[in-house]
Design a binder for this molecule. Structure first.
Ligand SMILES: Cc1ncc(COP(=O)(O)O)c(C=O)c1O
Length: 471
């Protein structure tokens, strides 16, 4: 144990130094050949090595090559810096190392509390057991759609788990053009078939067009298909748009559809000053996926699914082999009855520590700060002749493009190439996507340490690489 204590102290210092030294180092840097070879090509040692040597290896070979998402000028994808409180307790959860499948222990009990906290924060109705932590929103989506599929079958008098999908009217699901790819992945995995996934067009603000949804539904009913689910977004990944959730909830209610909301990135946006109206209707969902490992900063991995009626997920997943029987598990039962994972990690400790450390006001402050920064960036983009804002800012994502040099035909090529060039310079990190047929840049603001000055650096870095490319 002395060895663990000594090495543990060194590791704690390393972690604290890593978190504190963010601004000075490169946001991201390519891994030099020799370290790449070490990382990918090393052999398993024949005999074990002492713990302090392992800490040294992490210091010299691992920590210098982060993804970049701890840095205040990282604006890529949807990856936040880790909360210090989450980092603090991660080794303690590992030291306890329970499986949170079920049983009577702290990991399981704390999970009930933090799931309730997440429901309370997002204004989602919460009954006991109505949700669970997952690896991420992708798994939360699989659970939601499996519950929706089983529920639809039950309503039609059959059991999808027993009978499968064949010989029944094809189940159809509706997702907007801007819906996340995890929705299609889940539909494919559940045997629903990507062809039965209807892509609903978006309006000028990149929100689901509810008129088009209604028209598609009418056509599918007419054709004898079985519409069963509509999946809306509370914060799309390209522009951060929040779909008209109340109107979509009305359509779902009229047609008896399961109403799923993908709030993986954006559900917490409801806490930003003045944002609540845009989220009206989110609390009417049958299932809500959200990711504590995104805006909240819980160290990866941690997703969550909240369920209006937990019995639906249990009906889709519960399978208790004799060796897992637990005569004391009355009522809610085990978490492993609500999803595909059997052994489940102690994620709740990281969520509990992160949320307790920030408190409700701190969480709302973090969301509000980053939404304000996104608006500032949008204003800077609009004020500049060489940039163009491509979508309104409703959460903390800004979609824009650089218009330096060349005509319209060259802009796609230019904006496609900008992210990698900016990343390689190491002063800022931005990624791109396609929006309305165009190559665009998108900046996602999630870091409480980011300042308006950092936004100027981002735009200047884009200008520098664009000028070089045009030359
Ligand atoms: C809007 C949205 N939905 C779903 C996901 C998938 O979440 P995860 O990566 O946690 O599975 C993401 C990931 O970025 C996302 O932004």
């Amino acid at each position: 144990m002395d060895e663990l204590l000594r090495a543990g102290r060194a590791a704690a210092e390393l972690a604290a130094g890593h978190l504190a030294g963010g601004r000075e180092r490169a946001v991201w840097q390519p891994v030099p050949e020799q370290d790449r070879d070490w990382l990918t090509g090393q052999q398993l040692p024949a005999t074990g090595r002492p713990l302090d040597e392992l800490v040294d290896d992490v210091r010299t070979r691992v920590l210098p090559y982060p993804m970049g998402n701890g840095h205040p000028r990282f604006f890529g994808w949807v990856n936040s810096p880790p909360s210090p409180a989450g980092v603090l307790v991660a080794p303690l959860a590992a030291a306890m190392n329970p499986s949170c499948a079920g049983g009577e222990h702290a990991g399981v009990l704390l999970e009930h509390a933090v799931v309730r906290w997440l429901a309370e924060l997002t204004g989602f109705p919460h009954g006991p057991g109505a949700g669970l932590l997952t690896s991420g929103a992708s798994m939360a989506t699989v659970i939601s759609l499996a519950a929706a599929r089983q529920h639809a079958g039950r309503r039609d008098g059959w059991d999808v788990r027993e009978d499968g999908l064949s010989g029944r009217p094809p189940m159809v699901m509706y997702v907007s053009e801007e819906g996340h790819s995890c929705l299609r992945k889940a539909a494919e995995l559940l045997g629903l078939g990507a062809r039965r996934l209807r892509t609903v067009p978006v309006d000028g603000r990149f929100r689901m067009d509810v008129g088009a949804l209604r028209a598609m539904l009418a056509r599918d009913v007419e054709a004898g298909l079985r519409p069963f689910c509509v999946a809306a977004s509370a914060g799309t990944v390209s522009t951060g748009a929040v779909d008209p959730l109340d109107e979509i909830a009305d359509v779902a209610a009229e047609h008896g559809l399961w109403f799923h909301v993908d709030g993986a990135y954006g559900a917490l946006g409801i806490l930003a000053d003045g944002a609540a109206t845009a989220y009206s209707g989110m609390s009417r969902a049958d299932s809500l996926a959200l990711d504590p490992h995104k805006w909240l900063g819980v160290p990866v991995d941690c997703g969550c699914v909240l369920l209006r009626d937990p019995a639906t997920a249990r009906d889709a997943f519960s399978l208790v082999p004799a060796y897992l029987r637990d005569d004391s598990a009355a009522g809610f039962g085990w978490f492993s009855e609500y999803g595909p994972e059997q052994t489940r990690p102690f994620r709740a400790l990281r969520v509990w520590a992160t949320m307790s450390h920030l408190g409700r006001d701190g969480i709302a402050g973090l969301v509000d700060h980053t939404v304000r920064l996104a608006r500032t960036l949008a204003e800077m983009v609009e004020a500049a002749d060489d940039f163009e804002l491509l979508a309104p800012v409703t959460t903390s994502i800004v979609a824009f493009r650089c218009r330096t040099g060349g005509g319209e035909s060259r802009l796609d090529e230019l904006n496609r190439a900008i992210p990698a060039a900016v990343q390689h310079r190491g002063r800022a990190f931005v990624t791109g996507t396609r929006l309305a047929g165009m190559e665009v840049l998108r900046a996602c603001l999630l870091n409480p340490a980011t300042t308006a000055e950092d936004l100027s650096v981002l735009l200047d870095e884009i200008r520098v690489v664009a000028a070089e490319m045009v030359r």
